[in-house]
Design a protein around this ligand. Structure first.
Ligand code: NIG
Ligand code: FE
Length: 408
């Protein structure tokens, strides 16, 4: 950090030098342990705060009156700041959409896993450029709503070639990629589902493993049963991938316990949970990732976040953005629904959408505003993070920094 006098500029030139972001009414750090000025509590809020950004990292966080000298200064206008949202679960490699399916559902037709096959057909028909452009559009859309880290999955290709290209395209654009060859059994394997599991755990995994960090399986009636899911996770682990599991979305099943048994980073959906499932999660380091957009868009009962939080399970919130069950890229929307419908307090929901998502990705460099963390910051057109739930549907994101660079 230099000793130059501060001056008001829009951002540090070329990202060089140090920038003070000052006049922040309320800053969510998610780190009350390291940040001395933070209030007690998981959000570690600092009032009248300032942040120093150097390169792609946070260099200093505290009360503005104690801020060090920097090369440049940005005025936050007395508004609230929080870490960029960490969306740890999305399915953004797809072609087409499912508008008609959604409309039919809103007139009473139930959601089933079978709709995935409609998107598989459209995805196979799309060329690489279309898939890449579609992904870029959604990444940008998410960024405008404050999402600075995205995980996304394959799973709409379901051939060796189509799964590999999905992951290759994804790895160019997002931080975290997940191999989901086990999304559903594609039509050409309808009479031989175990043959498809052999493909997913054999040649398809061989081709996909180097493009992904995670392996996922949709463990659900209509998709993969407990034995098949176990085979998929075991094969992925043997290839160095880390498990995450789609579990308990449409009904009860073995997915959550399997996730815990495999020390998965996350069990996702968790809408239908037995007491044993909750106990298993509570005794593990597997995060329960709840996806409110899914229940909203499938008109299903919401997961009970309160039950999980009371049992001391770590909870993350994510969009599940996909063309079938949850076509929203908005983390603020998920925060608002989780507070209104799932028994979360605004503080719990904001933590789950930032630090919770980071935990679900086993990352400590994101989801927090603390020295050394990646400088991913969201400035709200509001005096407090509570407004994310208090003002649903309002575009509150005023500015976004990603890796220290002002991107919005
Ligand atoms: O997470 N559950 C499985 N996969 C997606 C649904 C995908 C789709 O309907 O296209 C989900 O909700
Ligand atoms: Fe999903």
């Amino acid at each position: 950090m230099s000793t130059h006098p501060t001056r008001d500029t829009a951002a540090a030139p070329d990202g060089a030098g140090s920038t003070l972001i000052a006049n922040i009414s309320s800053l969510v750090t998610n780190d009350h342990e390291t940040v001395a000025a933070a209030e007690h509590g998981p959000l570690g809020v600092v009032r009248n705060a300032a942040v120093v950004v150097e390169g792609d990292r946070v260099a200093w966080v505290g009360t503005e009156s104690e801020a060090p000298a920097t090369d440049s200064r940005v005025d936050a206008g007395g508004r609230a700041m929080l870490p960029g949202f960490v969306d740890s679960h999305s399915h953004l490699l797809f072609g087409g959409d499912r508008t008609e399916e959604f409309a039919a559902r809103m007139s009473g037709r139930p959601y089933t896993a079978g709709g995935i096959r409609t998107t598989v057909e459209a995805t196979r028909a799309a060329d690489d450029a279309e898939l890449a452009a579609n992904l870029a559009r959604h990444v940008r859309e998410a960024l405008r709503q404050g999402t600075t880290t995205l995980e996304t999955k394959s799973g709409y290709g379901l051939t060796v070639e189509d799964e590999v290209r999905a992951l290759r395209i994804a790895a160019d654009q997002v931080d975290e990629t997940t191999y989901l060859g086990a999304h559903v059994v594609p039509p050409e394997y309808a009479s031989d589902p175990d043959g498809y599991v052999d493909l997913v755990t054999g040649p398809m995994l061989d081709a996909c493993a180097r493009h992904a960090r995670w392996v996922d399986v949709f463990c659900e009636r209509g998709a993969f049963d407990g034995d098949q899911a176990r085979a998929v996770l075991a094969a992925g682990v043997a290839r160095g991938l880390v498990p995450r599991v789609h579990a308990g979305q449409l009904g009860p099943g073995p997915g959550v316990r399997l996730a815990v048994e495999f020390d998965a980073a996350s069990a996702d959906h968790c809408t239908h949970l037995s007491d044993e499932d909750v106990d298993a999660l509570a005794g593990s380091r597997t995060v329960a990732t709840l996806l409110p957009g899914c229940e909203f868009s499938t008109r299903s009962p919401y997961p009970d976040a309160r039950r999980l939080l009371d049992a001391k399970v770590t909870v993350a919130l994510s969009t599940d953005c996909n063309p079938g069950s949850s076509y929203t890229s908005s983390m603020p929307f998920c925060v608002a629904v989780a507070v209104r419908e799932m028994g979360m307090t605004p503080d719990e929901a904001v933590w789950a959408a930032t630090a919770g998502g980071a935990a679900a990705l086993r990352r400590i460099d994101i989801g927090r505003v603390t020295p050394g963390a990646r400088a991913d910051l969201v400035l709200l057109d509001a005096p407090s993070h509570v407004h994310l739930a208090y003002r649903p549907g309002v575009p509150l994101v005023a500015a976004v920094w990603q890796r220290g660079e002002r991107v919005l």
